[in-house]
Write a protein that binds this ligand. Structure first.
Ligand SMILES: Cc1cc2nc3c(=O)[nH]c(=O)nc-3n(C[C@H](O)[C@H](O)[C@H](O)COP(=O)(O)O)c2cc1C
Length: 315
């Protein structure tokens, strides 16, 4: 079986060292597992320019289309092929400004242009499961676990495929994790959990039981709640509505099974999302003439004159 890791921190730094530990954990359970990882800092990933060409092809049912950047213009497809081949994917990241580094998000943005990727990850034969871990130099990391689980879900296909997710604070210095045996041990266990999940999925077709950090949302395990002006709440990751109560001074949030079926990541939400994208494109097409005229009349020259002129860079 194959396991593939994604890093985006310093070369030989904390997250790379922890990735080695996680892959050792995989090998504890599956000694002949083929393990490798990529550090996105070594890769050239062209930024998605938001042209939506891939989405327009998808809406027409064309899953063969690949990004307008082409197959060999950056390293995206080489990495995507490794992910396609993997039974388990482990994603890692340090916190940069409370969030995973931009290069990981840049990679994620390109996933839209990878055709049927989500469909294959959801196929039982493909057996894709995953896990993630992240670290921060301090505790300025509140979004990390949630965003990391979401990225991992995007790469393995469904939240139910995320076997484990863990975050650690106060690990700022280069290679400091080597002096943190409890962190090394937990990440090794994450590797073991991902390996066990992959074996279970292969043997039974069943998704793993989630063994990661606590979350209030039973669907995505997010530990955040969005509060609306009228007092109702939802999981900001899933868009699932919940109700709140206070018991012994502690906030309780309850999500019903019915509400969870309406998660944006569940079939209901995915279908709605694609329909909404389709409606948006239809409206754009219907208004094409009007948009063209208004743009030419009012905005073309204005935007051109106000757009900052960046200096030529020395090669
Ligand atoms: C640009 C940048 C921004 C950072 N922002 C945060 C932050 O918001 N919160 C935090 O806890 N640590 C932050 N850090 C610290 C890193 O998460 C920390 O140094 C970590 O150990 C780096 O992992 P690595 O050794 O795998 O590169 C930041 C580091 C850099 C380089």
């Amino acid at each position: 079986m194959k396991f593939f890791g994604i890093c985006c921190g310093r070369k030989n730094g904390n997250t790379e060292l922890l990735m080695a530990e996680a892959l050792d954990g995989v090998k504890d359970r599956i000694p002949d597992a083929e393990c490798s990882f990529v550090n996105l800092q070594d890769a050239e990933i062209k930024s998605c320019i938001g042209c939506e060409t891939c989405m327009k092809h998808k809406l027409k049912g064309d899953m063969e289309f690949r990004c307008i950047h082409g197959m060999n213009e950056d390293h995206f497809y080489a990495i995507e092929q490794q992910m396609r081949a993997a039974d388990g994917i482990i994603v890692s990241a340090p916190a940069y400004n409370l969030l995973p580094p931009g290069i990981l998000i840049r990679f994620l943005n390109k996933m839209h242009a990878s055709g049927d990727y989500r469909a294959i990850t959801q196929g039982v034969d493909i057996c894709k499961v995953g896990g993630c871990f992240s670290i921060g130099g301090t505790d300025w990391t509140d979004y990390m676990e949630n965003v990391m689980r979401m990225i991992t879900m995007e790469l393995v296909g469904v939240y139910d495929g995320v076997a484990d997710a863990v975050h650690f604070d106060f690990l700022p210095g280069f290679q400091l994790v080597l002096a943190a045996p409890e962190v090394l041990a937990r990440v090794r266990r994450l590797g073991q959990n991902v390996a066990e999940a992959a074996l279970k999925k292969k043997e039974t077709g069943e998704n793993p039981e989630y063994r990661g950090d606590w979350g209030v949302c039973p669907y995505c395990h997010s530990n955040m709640i969005r509060v609306f002006e009228d007092g109702h709440v939802s999981c900001p990751q899933c868009n699932v509505e919940g109700t709140v109560s206070v018991e012994n001074g502690k906030l309780r949030v309850t999500f019903t099974e019915d509400a969870m079926q309406k998660s944006r990541w569940a079939p209901y939400g995915q279908k709605l999302h694609m329909e909404n994208i389709g409606k948006g494109h239809k409206r754009t097409a219907e208004n094409a003439g009007l948009i063209r005229d208004r743009f030419s009349d009012k905005y073309r020259e204005k935007l051109k004159s106000w757009r900052a002129k960046l200096p030529e860079l020395e090669k």
